[in-house]
Design a protein around this ligand. Structure first.
Ligand code: PCA
Length: 242
């Protein structure tokens, strides 16, 4: 049996949000694996056939300084083939598949560390337009993901999961983590890595935006499934960047 190791990463407490879906989704995949998956991909072939699949979750703080070192430590320990990082994008209406991470961060954005140091309770995550600086002054302007985005969006369509492509993971902790992850992946071309932005959890109550948690879990299972398919049979069709 071919062993495939997947890391699904998410964040713990995010100021001003009751349920961070990225935490719940990463835990659900590690605890229940691909439970309930039916093949919906471009062929009838089940990408999980003959695979000994191990999914681990990693929980990161919403901290510029700590999120990447924690994920990096897990990567060194687990030696995964696939890394799917997730985070909450409050303004997203559905799942947003991130194509690229940009070399920019807010230099005055409060994160969990600032709040711990100052005792401040203000919700953050909305950042001002000024005061941006590069994440890596020597690094390229952006890195592209190698997740098979077109195939993933096809599966979302088949499952009725509302989703878009995004070229903007923001300039807060998620984008910085994604940039560091893709910089690492650029030197490890045998590993596929990407970022999925999740909307707020909305179980059908009054709130206008968001998706039920179960649908978000299903979406990240589809991402894993299609990425495993691509990992096992890299295709030259234009499925990487839609
Ligand atoms: N979203 C934040 C950081 C943690 C999270 O879930 C962001 O968009 O950067």
């Amino acid at each position: 049996m071919e062993q495939i190791k997947v890391i699904v990463a998410g964040y713990d407490h995010y100021e001003g949000v009751d349920v961070n879906p990225s935490y719940q989704v990463s835990r659900a995949l590690a605890d229940h694996g691909m439970e309930g998956m039916r093949p919906v991909g471009p062929t009838e072939e089940d990408p999980l056939e003959g695979v000994d699949l191990a999914i681990s979750s990693v929980t990161m703080p919403v901290s510029f300084a700590k999120a990447w070192p924690i994920l990096h430590e897990a990567i060194e320990r687990v030696q995964p083939d696939i890394i799917i990082a997730t985070g909450l994008k409050r303004r997203a209406r559905g799942i947003a598949m991130e194509r690229c991470a940009v070399n920019l961060k807010e230099d005055d954005a409060d994160d969990a560390d600032d709040r711990q140091n100052s005792g401040k309770q203000e919700p953050r995550g909305i950042v001002c337009e000024t005061g941006r600086q590069p994440i890596d002054p020597q690094g390229p302007a952006a890195y592209w993901t190698r997740l098979p985005l077109r195939a993933i969006l096809h599966d979302f369509g088949a499952c009725g999961i509302p989703a878009t492509l995004s070229s903007d993971a923001g300039t807060y902790v998620c984008n910085a983590l994604f940039y560091n992850l893709l910089a690492w992946a650029a030197g490890h071309t045998d590993v596929l890595a990407g970022f999925v932005s999740l909307p707020l959890v909305n179980e059908g109550g009054g709130q206008e935006w968001g998706l039920p948690l179960n649908q978000q879990i299903q979406a990240v299972r589809e991402v894993a499934n299609e990425t495993i398919r691509y990992y096992r049979r890299p295709s030259s069709s234009p499925i990487l960047i839609a």
